[in-house]
Ligand binder design. Structure first.
Ligand SMILES: Cc1cc2nc3c(=O)[nH]c(=O)nc-3n(C[C@H](O)[C@H](O)[C@H](O)COP(=O)(O)OP(=O)(O)OC[C@H]3O[C@@H](n4cnc5c(N)ncnc54)[C@H](O)[C@@H]3O)c2cc1C
Length: 498
């Protein structure tokens, strides 16, 4: 849906409420979360779907670092990281407050470059990953832990793409209007996140601001309420935590919610978490490097090198980089790479966002009504998003109309936010696909290039499961999809082969 031509700014925005008098939010924080339990802070209450927690997250015992002499482990790899000498610097990768505006991919005809500094360094890696967003970094890290020599090439810095622009919601059910393979995969990925957070925070010293806060999906009208209640029906059958709330019960969960939304009702989803995606990028970058991944920033890949059906490397603006295997994880730009066995229908779908300072919301439920959501962060900001713009091309800059739309809709949900200071605006490009599902797997011949892309609105949520299924399948090492299952057939890139 594009930005409406005309946006009505609510009265409350034009005449801001006095902050001192008007804002008395009392959000009830959720009980102990999975992370509390993993950290030993659990108070003894039950763990399971009934308590709104994902069961079955077990930390494996420590294991030795992968062997570096032989590139690929022949069997049964350990998925824990190699021992690192000590905590990494607290901020291994400074992230800009506003992600750098994205620029179009390099699409000039590929000529054999005369200089090849990228190729000149080190042995041929087992795997080259194109793109250092959450998907690329997570999969590179997983592959390195399986014993592979891995290099990530990013034309900018990790997090420059959608991963640095996202809202950080981990929302399997809210993103699943119907039951099916997407929901299965999303739930499996959600279940991996708590242990990931624990491990990444301990390894890097970064705070990922992870919160198991739940989400309220707000109905706009009676038809919307019917759709949400139907979703609640099958969610409950699957044992997921879902409840229908309205009026006073809803007001208790979302103080300050507009009366219009209180009477329309909302679906409370307990199995809905959130984190700071920029911190997650920094942590994964640091962790991947600690696992032995070489991350080359400022290296733009222009296309793949094919030899028959096999992909033997990539062309970069710095030269040719040979590789045992190639994984394309360049987000919205993946489809612009040259030489692919068939065109990839991944295209940019811009999302504009802004952040307000509203510390009284910290710990409260995430609110979502249609495409608009409010995501409280532990640091006292609330993220308001987002436009869904399929026609903005590769421009990742916010504009006045888009921001006004997000702001106006946000204030319709919580009018008392009108007095909150505006602290940041930005935009990012979601990697969209025609059916809204990601593309995971080889482009035709298994020896050809592989892709992990097209995660659209859910790349933060899906990164752990993507890494878990793609890395072992691509390297033919380890147990494919341990704890997640094989790559879902519905995600096969072959569905778009001519
Ligand atoms: C506004 C917004 C809100 C979102 N909110 C959420 C959310 O709450 N939860 C959620 O799960 N998901 C969310 N998403 C979606 C999520 O951000 C994406 O699905 C995810 O970040 C995609 O990750 P990626 O690694 O595939 O791509 P990206 O993060 O875009 O990374 C691609 C990388 O490839 C690099 N690159 C591009 N071209 C080349 C090239 N030719 N050579 C070398 N490197 C290249 C880029 O520099 C970039 O670093 C949101 C997205 C947006 C825009």
């Amino acid at each position: 849906m594009g930005v409406p031509a005309q946006v009505q700014v609510p009265e409350s925005y034009r005449d801001p409420v006095d902050k001192a008098e008007g804002r008395h939010f009392r959000w009830g924080g959720p009980g102990p979360g999975i992370l509390d339990i993993l950290r030993g802070r659990h108070d003894g209450s039950p763990v399971g779907w009934d308590s709104g927690m994902v069961p079955g997250v077990i930390l494996p015992p420590p294991c030795p670092p992968p062997r570096r002499s032989c590139n690929l482990l022949p069997e049964g790899p350990c998925l824990l990281p190699p021992t690192v000498p000590g905590p990494l610097p607290t901020d291994p990768l400074p992230m800009p407050e506003n992600p750098a505006p994205a620029s179009p991919p390099h699409l000039s005809p590929s000529a054999e470059p005369s200089r090849a500094p990228v190729a000149a360094t080190g042995p041929i890696p087992d795997l080259v990953v194109v793109g250092g967003g959450l998907v690329g970094l997570a999969t590179a890290r997983e592959a390195a832990r399986l014993g592979a020599v891995v290099e990530v090439l990013d034309r900018g810095r990790p997090g420059d793409g959608a991963s640095g622009a996202a809202a950080g919601m981990l929302s399997p059910l809210a993103e699943s209007p119907v039951d099916g393979p997407f929901l299965d995969f999303a739930l499996a990925s959600l279940a991996l996140w708590p242990a990931w957070v624990l491990e990444l925070e301990e390894e890097t010293g970064l705070d990922l601001q992870y919160q198991e806060a739940g989400k309220l999906l707000l109905a706009r009208d009676a038809a919307g309420a019917d759709e949400l209640q139907a979703r609640m029906g099958w969610a409950l059958q699957r044992g997921l935590g879902a409840r229908w709330l309205r009026d006073e019960a809803l007001a208790r969960e979302a103080p300050g919610l507009s009366t219009e939304h209180l009477s329309a009702g909302a679906l409370l989803l307990e199995d809905d978490y959130r984190l700071d995606n920029r911190a997650a990028v920094r942590a994964l970058h640091g962790s991947a490097k600690a696992a032995g991944v070489q991350v080359r920033t400022g290296t733009e890949v222009t296309g793949v090198i094919m030899d028959g059906g096999a992909c033997t490397g990539v062309r970069t603006t710095d030269g040719i980089r040979r590789a045992g295997r190639v994984l394309l994880a360049a987000g919205a730009w993946t489809g612009g790479l040259e030489g692919l066995p068939f065109p990839l229908p991944i295209r940019p779908i811009r999302g504009q966002m802004l952040a307000l300072e509203a510390p009284e919301l910290a710990g409260g439920r995430t609110l979502e009504a249609g495409e608009i959501y409010l995501v409280p962060r532990a640091d006292g900001r609330v993220l308001c998003g987002a436009t869904v713009e399929p026609d903005a091309g590769f421009s990742a800059r916010p504009d006045a109309g888009g921001l006004l739309h997000v702001l106006a809709q946000s204030l319709q949900l919580l009018p008392e936010l009108a007095g909150a200071p505006l602290v940041e605006t930005w935009a990012g490009l979601r990697p969209g696909t025609p059916d809204g599902l990601p593309l995971l797997g080889p482009l035709g011949d298994p020896a050809g290039p592989w892709v992990a892309g097209g995660h659209f609105r859910n790349g933060v949520l899906l990164s752990p499961a993507t890494a878990r299924v793609v890395a072992p399948a691509l390297l033919a090492a380890g147990s494919p999809g341990e704890g997640v299952g094989p790559i879902p057939q519905a995600f096969s890139p072959a569905r778009f082969a001519p």
